[in-house]
Write a protein that binds this ligand. Structure first.
Ligand code: 6PG
Length: 263
């Protein structure tokens, strides 16, 4: 069962997330001398990244950035300098502000003309870095209004726990064995390609932290946490397979459709 914490507002949510991320990173470094963190894209984690980078706040100095490896849960098919780039946002706001070694920043190359090539390349990179009991120590996720996570969108795969495989126009059947870790997906309503971790890769983490903020996420959060199972319609429900490795941090607006009152 996921752990859910409801905070009063977006700033309190970001501060709670900064505390949780810092603790999880410190624990990973203490146990394994490194922390493998998969960052989320989108706007929700922006304030979290700002807080982690801020030397006047308590979190930055508690992290030994030289032992942190960062990855991404998904990327848009754009060059790293574009506004849309998930890597670009994290690089500007956080990574350029902390002493993380450049070779420990593992980005997806959204600039490649074929997203499937970028997915295959990232798969090779992930497998080269290897597992240390798990692929990641922490996967950070935002939540789409349709309950997508990373770029695992509704209808993106046929059943719970299955992976997207190489699901793309090039391979509409997807699910090429062994279960791939990364896929290229064409998102019809966005008319754009995405590179994304598959459900298998997202779930292969010691901890998964989902951030949901704002009224527009309330229906998705309720479906993900409380709704009848329909993973293809509500992809965030796939996180149910991870039990209490999943923690949700929500603000009151995002939690307002849930039957459970805030703590
Ligand atoms: C992306 C993210 C995506 C995001 C949700 C929520 O590339 O956009 O990985 O999964 O987390 O769409 O986005 P917001 O945080 O901007 O609402």
């Amino acid at each position: 069962m996921a752990i859910v914490t409801v905070l009063t507002d977006p700033e309190a949510l970001a501060a709670a997330a900064a505390e949780r991320v810092t603790s999880l990173i410190a624990a990973a470094i203490a146990a394994r001398q490194r922390a493998r963190v998969c960052l989320s894209g989108g706007q929700t984690p922006l304030r979290l990244y700002e807080l982690l980078a801020d030397a006047s706040r308590p979190w930055r100095s508690r992290i030994d950035w030289t032992r942190v490896h960062v990855f991404w849960g998904d990327e848009r098919q754009v060059p790293p300098g574009e506004e849309e780039s998930n890597f670009g946002m994290a690089q500007r706001v956080l990574l350029a502000q902390v002493p993380i070694p450049a070779d420990q920043v593992h980005r997806m190359r959204g600039e490649l003309s074929d997203a499937a090539d970028a997915a295959r390349e990232y798969e090779v990179n992930l497998r080269a870095v290897g597992r240390d009991g798990a692929l990641f120590d922490l996967v950070l996720l935002g939540l789409g209004e349709d309950a997508h996570i990373a770029s695992i969108f509704p209808g993106g795969f046929p059943s719970r726990g299955a992976s997207l495989g190489g699901l793309s126009r090039a391979n509409p059947t997807g699910f090429a064995p062994p279960d791939p870790l990364v896929a290229a997906v064409y998102v019809e309503y966005l008319c754009s390609w995405r590179i994304t971790l598959t459900p298998s890769a997202v779930l292969d983490s010691r901890a998964i932290l989902v951030l949901a903020s704002g009224d527009r996420k309330a229906a998705a959060a309720r479906a993900a946490l409380d709704g009848p199972e329909d993973v293809s319609r509500w992809p965030a429900q796939l996180l149910r397979a991870a039990g209490d490795r999943v923690e949700w941090l929500m603000d009151a607006a995002a939690a307002r459709r849930r039957a459970v009152p805030p703590a």
